[in-house]
Design a protein around this ligand. Structure first.
Ligand code: NAD
Ligand code: TDX
Length: 337
């Protein structure tokens, strides 16, 4: 596959990972023009794209389920990079319906447009499609691990992956899939674990830890996710899946204690709260295929340094999150979390 992408559509480009990807492309790939398609749900923010020059990007406020809109946008593009999703497990447990619409039906609409106009398609997915691993299991997920999703969110992401595979095999859509581990970094919604705890401390609210706190997540800086997606978009083999991860396994208690100490708090300055129903125990990614075949490597290999920069970002960008804080915490309080 050659890198001949002058014009790409980025769905969900006003969200956390999508906006970081758009900034990465604009900063690192001078010849590429980006069309962001984003519905600006509660998780999308137009300000996430501030600073991008007008001659590099168009923002389209619209829904990926809107096939008529796709009919206008897709013929003009060389590729679709599909980040748009309902992305939060706890929300999917409270109300799965929007997850079915956006993650399953939305991916279907985009695949149909990619098929009709023979446009390259890269699908952003998650390691959660593989279910979870035991804490004492030496195994990590690979591209051959069977699908075993646990939550409404991860089952809709697994469904969307299956659609992509079928559209490649049956219709020959030039598609690839990446399944990435937990991202952290600037502009992540404050409903998610790391920003929730940082902003709690900034608001004098005690951080909240689910269950026994020993669940393991495999953390990657969102900028490393961006460089990996670009490598797969430009060098990946059609029909293939690539796992993205940066060897960042840590349990939630460790991450929370690190945030507490970096923000001048005591190790026990937090509350234990109700566990998430069906809570996956451990995720761990073996990304050797991506490293070996496409020569990718992460650059943010020091988690503590990345965490410090993330704490600084939320401390210095209060206006970005403060108006959402009360409602997010009220929603969690109702769930006993
Ligand atoms: P996010 O919730 O921060 O952003 C999602 C974006 O999609 C928002 O801008 C939202 O407005 C937009 N969107 C939602 N529904 C839409 C629709 N119907 N039409 C158009 N736009 C819509 O999510 P994120 O954390 O940035 O995740 C991005 C992608 O990466 C998702 O596909 C997610 O499954 C995947 N992923 C996330 C992680 C993680 O750690 N956050 C890890 C692996 C994979
Ligand atoms: O307040 C909290 N306390 C807590 O202990 C929150 C919000 C979470 N947790 C725990 C649950 C998880 O074990 O922290 C861990 C991380 O939680 P989330 O940030 O909700 O992420 P997770 O459920 O692991 O899913 C994330 O990574 C995979 C993204 O949200 C998904 O979009 C992605 O697919």
């Amino acid at each position: 596959m050659s890198n001949a992408f002058n014009s790409i559509i980025v769905t969900g480009g006003a969200g956390f990972i999508g906006s970081n990807f758009v900034h990465w492309v604009v900063d690192n790939q001078p010849g590429v023009y980006v069309t962001v398609l984003d519905a600006l749900t509660y998780a999308g923010n137009r300000e996430n794209l501030n600073g991008i020059p007008e001659n590099r990007m168009t923002f389209v406020h619209g829904n990926i389920c809107d096939s008529e809109l796709l009919e206008q946008l897709v013929p003009e593009a060389d590729a679709i990079v599909h980040f748009a999703a309902e992305s939060h497990n706890d929300n999917s447990i409270a109300d799965p319906e929007p997850f079915i619409r956006t993650n399953v039906e939305g991916t279907y609409c985009l695949l149909e447009a990619a098929r009709k106009h023979s446009v390259r398609f890269h699908h952003i997915s998650t390691d959660e499609v593989y279910g979870d691993l035991a804490l004492d299991d030496p195994a990590r997920f690979t591209e051959d691990t069977p699908y075993h999703p646990s939550s409404p969110y991860s089952s809709t992401k697994a469904s969307s992956d299956m659609l992509v595979r079928a559209w490649h095999r049956t219709y020959g859509v030039n598609a690839t899939i990446s399944n990435c581990s937990n991202n952290y970094g600037p502009r992540q919604h404050i409903e998610k674990f790391i920003p929730r705890q940082i902003t709690n401390i900034l608001c004098d609210i005690r951080p909240k830890l689910y269950g026994d706190g020993l669940n393991v997540r495999d953390w990657i800086h969102t900028e490393d996710h961006s460089s990996a997606v670009w490598a797969i978009l430009t060098q990946g083999k059609a029909g293939e899946t690539y796992l993205i991860g940066a060897d960042g396994e840590k349990n939630n208690l460790e991450v929370l204690r690190s945030i507490l100490s970096r923000m001048g708090k005591q190790p026990d300055d937090f509350d234990w709260v109700r566990d998430r129903p069906g809570h996956d125990r451990r995720y761990a990614i073996d990304s050797s295929k991506l490293r070996r075949e496409l020569g990718w490597a992460p650059i943010h290999t020091n988690f503590d340094k990345g965490l410090d920069a993330t704490i600084d970002w939320y401390s210095n960008n209060r206006d970005w999150w403060v108006s959402a804080k009360e409602a997010v915490e009220a929603k969690y309080a109702k769930q006993g979390q």
